[in-house]
Design a binder for this molecule. Structure first.
Ligand code: GDP
Length: 329
């Protein structure tokens, strides 16, 4: 087993902003060892009173839209204002390739050298759900370590956005002009989750197109029903490489927080997210235990065959397997 610290040592290190201890604590919560899981939960309980004070910002967009360039510019803008920023990631590709969107050392090179910034590559895991729990817990640790803005990056192509949306206060979608939603692979559901759409690469003669895209997306957003938070999603243009539009985006993030804090929606949203998180974990845990159950797994193949050959109704088959599970657990 790896060398672990005591709960007190982890807690003291994190609260004093010691990054090495923070990294070791994140490694601990990412571990799948049973004894580490117990220690992690004790640690999380110990730091919980010191968490929650950041702005949690989700950023998504298809590969190549400029996410890491944007986060680098945005992060450096914040650190120039003496704000502490942490960058975490949920990376669906890492499930398959064991790669990671933040794993490539050349990404966000300048930001990673900033003393006020902390960048952590995406954890690997068997399921996106499992990875997402670890990222949520990492957010709490980073907050206890004093990071005021936490960015969660993900690739805008599927399920991971829903997880990220469920753990952040503000959801930013980066888009390109002239590529069309279809081409960009962005689903309507992802646009609907956005608090802000930023059309990136509005530079090098691309400004007019970017402004046209802005109007187009503004019109599209009008078609979505209001979520009742008092905030109406906005569209802006920006250039991550030329650092244009970055300060304005931060202003909108702050404005959003101000409006939602006044209406009580900010706290309500976080409460709701915590409840959803708890229930998600229960569901995931039950499902894992179910399929890991020896009696269930020996019977599953046979039952699946019967269902696919139309010899057994699916629900009857499911009830049979559930019955085996309950009797043997
Ligand atoms: P990611 O895959 O979404 O993280 O995208 P990257 O940040 O790696 O950017 C992909 C490419 O687009 C790189 O070559 C960047 O230099 C370029 N890029 C990113 N932002 C901008 C921008 O604002 N303007 C221009 N012209 N190029 C950009």
């Amino acid at each position: 087993m790896k060398q672990r610290l005591s709960i007190q040592a982890y807690t003291d290190g994190i609260l004093s902003g010691n990054r090495m201890v923070l990294s070791r604590a994140i490694t601990l919560i990412e571990s799948n060892l049973a004894e580490d899981k117990i220690l992690s939960q004790e640690l999380l309980e110990s730091i919980l009173p010191y968490s929650g004070k950041s702005i949690r910002l989700g950023i998504t967009g298809v590969p190549g839209v400029g996410k890491s360039t944007f986060i680098e510019s945005f992060g450096k803008y914040l650190t120039s204002q003496q704000k502490k920023i942490a960058v975490l990631a949920i990376d669906p590709s890492s499930q398959m390739t064991k790669g990671s969107i933040l794993g490539d050392k050349t990404r966000m090179e300048e930001l990673s050298r900033e003393p006020l910034a902390y960048i952590r590559p995406s954890p690997t895991g068997n399921s996106l759900g499992g990875v997402s729990h670890k990222t949520r817990e990492s957010i709490l640790l980073c907050e206890a370590a004093g990071f005021e803005t936490i960015i969660i990056e993900t690739v805008g192509v599927g399920q991971s956005e829903t997880y990220v949306h469920g753990m952040v206060d503000f959801f930013l979608l980066l888009m390109l002009a002239g590529a069309g939603d279809e081409l960009q692979g962005i689903k309507k559901g992802i646009m609907e989750m956005a608090d802000l759409i930023a059309i990136n690469k509005a530079d090098s003669g691309n400004e007019t197109q970017a402004n046209l895209a802005k109007i187009e997306y503004e019109n599209a957003l009008h078609l979505f029903p209001s979520n009742g938070s008092g905030w109406y999603p906005k569209v802006v243009t920006c250039s991550a490489t030329e650092k244009r539009g970055i300060a304005e985006i931060w202003e909108l993030v702050e404005k959003h927080r101000e409006i939602l804090t006044k209406s009580g929606k900010f706290a309500e949203n976080r409460q709701q997210q915590n409840l959803t998180w708890m229930h998600d974990f229960i569901k995931q845990n039950l499902e894992e235990n179910f399929y890991r159950n020896h009696n269930v797994s020996t019977k599953t193949k046979e039952v699946q065959k019967a269902v696919s050959e139309g010899k057994k109704p699916p629900i009857k088959a499911a009830l049979e397997l559930l019955d085996i599970f309950y009797k043997s657990s």
